[in-house]
Design a protein. Sequence first.
Length: 192
Amino acid sequence: MPSTAAILVIDVLNTFDFDGGGGLKEAVADLVAPIASLRRQAAASDVPVIYVNDNYGRWHDEPSDIIAWIGEGGGASFAQALKPGPQDYFVIKPESSGFYATTLPALLPRLNVSRLILVGVAADICVLFTAADAHMREYDLWVPRDAVASQERERSHWALEIMANGMSAETCSTADLTLDAWLARTPKTTAS
């Protein structure tokens, strides 16, 4: 089986019920179209989409319960627009990184994934920590600048610079690079 890529959709299913959540919610509105476009491209190229999401302390809930709960709150419009499809995977994370104490390190090799596209929030926290863990595991990374957001735009720029310069991540927007074009490139690293 040839190696492939996966899209990690990080914390877009969100209540935005925290200090600064209103600003982040406004920024997420701009992410809907790029993320939806990448998901369509992924479906056409048979690239798996994996939602990596906080469970908001709802440890007894199934993913569908969490999605329904978020859909009743402040993130309802995004939960509806960006909810996982039946073919998508859902990984619950207890901390900032999608790799820490989750099934992601076991799932990715089973899907033969060596390249990751990271989208979602917050670019300067959960996306950055997930990117760092992916980089340490030698995954080739693309973090589209138009598909990540933070509470403050400057913090997104800062995080993207770290990912580009310190983790060799591609940070072109989805307007400048398609999934197929990125997949056609020679990977910068090899996942272990």
